[in-house]
Design a protein around this ligand. Structure first.
Ligand code: ADP
Length: 489
């Protein structure tokens, strides 16, 4: 049995697992047949190969998206909504298989993967509905015989580059509003998680989305990114990933003045005041810090705990962390899967080593495990001179910083070039508003460890990005305003 056949055999619908790219409605390979391998981070086993595409294949995909745009832009909102609704229904119908593919290539526990499929699909349903609500505007004119009308039009061909931590939802959160707005799209998923992306293309084709409207290419990131950003046909780049790569892409987009949407790194502070409900705060940290093994851009990275409850909070958090179960995401009961790769493990360990060398104590975990598994870790006595205070750890490590004053913790929380998510726990309503309004972040969880939901704008300020995804604002990112000035009426 080939590798691919053995993965496909685990699925109810084996055709969802494909090792081909999807361009112009055809299942294609790279020039010369080059491929690269994708492995399962839980076992190290190769699960399949995908085409190793570069600039040439990207140019072909852009051309296909450009041709498809000419007819897709003329479809009615109702027609686009119906196709997106069908895509959504197929995602939900095949949620088990999509989740299994995700766990195999990304590692997250199967229950979490299923949660992501539902979350990812929810953007497709939401934007199917929003397609019908792209309203224009009329504006009083300066002359009696004048009229001013603002129309909304799709921006054109969109390029999307997505990360491995949410292999499904980071694609749907971009593709669904793009398609709903009347744009066509070329998507480059992360090298670690192409199969989740390609499975979405299988379902898009099955839903009847016309050829060229969605194109998915796997391959060499810098070369594909270079071709996408250079092309004058591509009018918008939407990217989720590291701040480092986001800056490169933004600079490359300057040449053709593309619209850019960037969801970049974070360094989320999590503030817990003396008057907080401690159990709720522990639950909040568990949700924010340990989801996806700590590999999300909204994960609490710096947990600031007020002096009066510091020790009690550390004990309760360590007890909760002790109940987490590290293992293969396909094993029943696993709550933390493997990290994505060796580099991730090395970075986590270097943060822990740096913190302990500078005086932090390891309450639980702290030492690298077998393979790509890292034990959930709680550190006490962490201070802001440590690397862990300034860099995103992207792993299951919870550093607890002690503070005494509200003003002091606000200043520390804001002392970062990043501005994505932040959290605060207090039972004082005035403090909740005061602190939330002082935090320089795009999102604030107040007595909540979760800031991601379909209906609310998601995004950051400062070096965490540009633009917002999800919510009714999400579709605006894929629309241009056109102003009609009428005279002689
Ligand atoms: P992470 O640290 O989460 O892997 P990256 O920013 O490296 O974040 O990756 C996010 C996405 O950006 C992936 O799809 C990756 O392949 C892509 N990428 C990485 N480098 C480049 C580049 N130079 N140009 C375009 N895309 C890139």
């Amino acid at each position: 049995m080939t590798l691919a056949a053995s993965v496909a055999a685990q699925l109810k619908d084996p055709s969802l697992f494909t090792e081909r790219c999807y361009v112009d409605g055809a299942w294609t390979g790279a020039e010369g047949g080059a491929t690269f391998a994708v492995d399962n981070p839980a076992t190290g086993a190769i699960i399949g190969h995908v085409p190793d595409c570069g600039a040439q294949e990207t140019d072909a995909a852009i051309a296909a998206a450009g041709r498809a745009f000419q007819s897709w832009r003329k479809t009615t909102a109702g027609e686009r909504a119906a196709l997106l609704e069908r895509w959504y229904a197929l995602m939900m119908e095949h949620a088990d298989d999509l989740a299994r593919i995700m766990t195999l290539e990304q590692g997250k526990p199967l229950a979490e993967a299923k949660g992501e499929i539902a979350y990812g699909a929810s953007f497709v349903k939401w934007f199917a509905e929003e397609a019908r609500r792209v309203y224009g505007e009329t504006i009083p004119a300066a002359t009696a015989d004048g009229r001013i009308i603002v129309q909304k039009q799709p921006v054109g061909v969109v390029a999307a580059i997505t990360p491995w931590n949410f292999p499904n939802a980071m694609i749907t959160r971009k593709a669904a509003p793009a398609l709903a707005a009347g744009c066509t799209i070329v998507i480059k998923p992360a090298e670690a998680t192409p199969f989740s992306a390609l499975a979405l293309a299988v379902l898009a084709e099955r839903a009847g989305i016309p050829k060229g409207v969605i194109n998915i290419l796997t391959g060499r990131p810098a070369e594909i990114g270079g071709a996408l950003t250079k092309s004058p046909t591509v009018r918008k780049l939407t990217f989720t990933g590291s701040t480092r790569v986001g800056k490169i892409l933004m600079a490359q987009c300057a040449e053709t003045v593309k619209k850019v949407g960037l969801e970049l790194g974070g360094n989320a502070p999590f503030l817990i005041f003396d008057d907080a409900d401690l159990d709720a705060a522990v639950a909040g940290v568990m949700a924010s810090k340990f989801r996806n093994g700590g590999q999300t851009c909204v994960c609490a990275n710096r947990i600031f705990v007020q002096d009066g409850i510091y020790d009690a909070f550390a004990d309760r958090l360590a007890a909760a962390v002790g109940k987490l179960k590290v293992g293969d995401g396909l094993t029943e009961g696993t709550t933390i899967g493997p990290m994505i790769n060796k580099a991730a493990i090395d970075k986590i360990q270097s943060h822990v080593d740096d913190a302990t060398a500078r005086g932090a104590s390891v309450v639980s975990g702290g030492k690298v495990g077998e393979g790509l598994f890292y034990p959930p870790t709680v550190l006490t006595g962490t201070t802001t001179d440590m690397r862990i205070a300034h860099e995103e750890t992207f792993g299951p490590v919870a550093p607890l910083f002690r503070f005494t004053e509200e003003a002091e913790v606000i200043a520390k929380a804001n002392d970062t070039p990043f501005g994505l998510a932040s959290y605060l726990f207090t039972r004082d309503i005035s403090r909740a508003f005061r602190v939330a309004e002082a935090l320089e972040f795009g999102m604030v969880g107040v007595n909540s460890g979760s800031v991601s939901t379909t209906t609310a704008p998601f995004g950051g300020i400062k070096e965490s990005g540009l633009g917002r995804e999800g919510s009714h604002h999400g579709i605006e990112e894929f629309l241009e305003m056109k102003t009609l000035h009428l005279g002689g009426i």
